[in-house]
Design a protein around this ligand. Sequence first.
Ligand SMILES: Nc1ncnc2c1ncn2[C@@H]1O[C@H](COP(=O)(O)OP(=O)(O)OP(=O)(O)O)[C@@H](O)[C@H]1O
Length: 300
Amino acid sequence: MAPDHIVDAITISGVEKKFGRGRQAVIALDGLSLRIPRGKIFGLLGPNGAGKSTLLRIIAGLVRQDKGSVELFGRRPDQASRRRVGMLIEAPTIYPFLTAREHLRMLGSYSERRLHVDAVLRRVGIFAAADKKAGEFSLGMKQRLGIACTLISRPDAIILDEPTNGLDPDGILQMRALLRELAEQDGTTVLFSSHLLDEVERVCDHIAILRQGRVVVEGDVAHLLDREGRFWLDVDRPAEIVDRLGAIAELADGGLYVRLERKHIPDLLRSIVSADIKVYEAKWVKPDLETVFLSQTRND
Ligand SMILES: Nc1ncnc2c1ncn2[C@@H]1O[C@H](COP(=O)(O)OP(=O)(O)OP(=O)(O)O)[C@@H](O)[C@H]1O
């Protein structure tokens, strides 16, 4: 086992992956580097084709990178480090004639670190259907069973590709609670990809936005939203301020937005007041993740 001072659960360094050859070649990952801290929930975002699934598949060992390296808990992936990572990358492997309990018993029998079957079934919210055949399950229940299958061997990290696919709003809420519980109570690292920005904003500690096989934004969600914040002012002569500030200011929503760090706001307000411009309202506006996502992934 790697020493505890290794803070990254997963370290990706300069990973490149190309599919096909010559003119037909598609660069799925273009020298991508990323660190997934231990015990955190990390969301991977990006438009279609950005490289999210390819990255998760490479981490899972299902696809081999052309260049670069992946480390799991501070070591090159080997049987022991892979055993510490649970994965739900493609549709879960469900045997229709086995019950949920039988699935977990079977998979648990391969692991020395297995958890109690009933506890895992309760955790993912399918305990009531424990003895039903999985073939009768809805898509959402199959998804939960798939997650239960990754949890039974008590992984230190789990990787999920679009885990809320097929879940109804209630299922999405439960999935959010489950992911938080895994990270906060068990210290499990959770890495998942999603298109649901609102969901990611609510549940993740960290995110990375991918575009054309590269990371365009990465960081702690709260800091990121703070950093992307803007200051909105309702004043009597907005155009005058826009003229003076140039590119960092724009007229909108009946006033003007100024993009600057919070620490410079007192100076800005002082200069407005000393220019004898009347300020009726002023507020710091935090963007949501969707705004950040669109600003980073829109085609120019
Ligand atoms: N097996 C493959 N063969 C050929 N091209 C592939 C293969 N897998 C992925 N690609 C291509 O690599 C690029 C990245 O695909 P990937 O599936 O990783 O993106 P993604 O971000 O997961 O997209 P989505 O959000 O649509 O799932 C795309 O252009 C895709 O067409």
